[in-house]
Write a protein that binds this ligand. Sequence first.
Ligand code: AMP
Ligand code: GLY
Length: 421
Amino acid sequence: MKLLVIGGGGREHAIIRKLRESPKADEIYCAPGNGGISKDAVCVDIPVTDIDDIVAFSKEKQIDLVFVAPDDPLAAGMVDALEAAGIAAFGPRANAAVIESSKVFSKDLMKQYHIPTAGYAVFDDSHNALEYVKANNQYPIVIKADGLALGKGVIIAADFAEAQDAVRTIMEDKIFGASGNQIVVEEFITGPEVSVLAFTDGKCVKPMVSSKDHKRALDHDKGPNTGGMGTISPNPYYTDDIAEICMNTIFLPTIHAMNQEGRVFKGCLYFGLMLTKDGPKVIEYNSRFGDPETQVVLPRLKTDLIDILLAVVEERLKEQPIEWSSEACACVVMASGGYPGKYEKGIEITGLKEDGQVGGATVYHAGTTCKQNRYYTNGGRVLGVTALGETLEEALGKAYAAVEQIHFHGAHYRCDIGKIN
Ligand code: AMP
Ligand code: GLY
């Protein structure tokens, strides 16, 4: 088979590495890819949002299956366009990807179908939003831009002044553009967070092994929110009992709700959960594989990934067995100095071998370029250094030992990935 993966981060590197294990994978292309991915796939210089070029390229190369990994092209209808051109694609159509691209949609869906989530109100006017915050008078309070905002559209305000600042920058200064035309003001809830990615073909849902992201930039969950600084799988809080509750109160009801709305979701649905004292609640849905969750989940997959992708696309997931390894997996993200704020690019990375790897771990490249077998930083998150182990401690030990071998000026990473606090 000829495969094309859309995207160019650590998630896409992990997907490509898994696809390569399949005897069915003859040729793998990636648009646009990155320095590390170029060792595992043919990188094609097409931006992820250029739907016309992706369709044209897929036709020209006679691609058998396109894997659309990032949120933007899904929300913009890349899967719809590929299908219309007769090309099989893994990922939801635009009318289902809205479960991530509009928080107003997802909150209203959960309310209508009684799926547990934090209480909320929706506003399209900053004055009314702030009147509500004032009258509500409970802090912290959570302010969310409706649309996609590179993972930065959620602000936890400690008092009225912070809430006012958040509402104004989103709705009046429009720092996230049209994504801030509406906001969700949400009740602040607490508890351990769990990420569960699930394959679904709209008929059945098969959750993957659980994981835990570490979203804050610094140790002890300090510093600003990031796209994710590291992950572990399994998530120690996610017991079999909780998994069963989630299946019955969240996963199945969500698939049912989307079907009822005429928005059949096919692809990977990501459930961002919080285990509150009142039971598991949905913090957010994503219409795709998480990054860096994918980096710890897919290494544990024993079944041929292509078989699963085809079963989803062809709506016969129910008959497709999916097996997981009992090993633990840990991923430590090495980021550019300054990330998630401003950072430099083009800094040489030392310690990697010619193939972009080190001994003892797998290095998923997130933001790198490669020139004459030398690697340079090219993004905020640079590398996801990942290892499997019999236990979580063993996996973490291997991942951190590998991190020690890799250097670039300004590199920062968290030292407490997988530590349960
Ligand atoms: P999101 O981008 O929606 O995943 O939100 C980013 C992070 O903000 C989440 O991982 C949570 O830690 C936090 N968060 C979002 N919504 C709430 C909420 N209602 N209560 C408490 N924390 C929240
Ligand atoms: N790691 C969270 C996300 O992919 O949105």
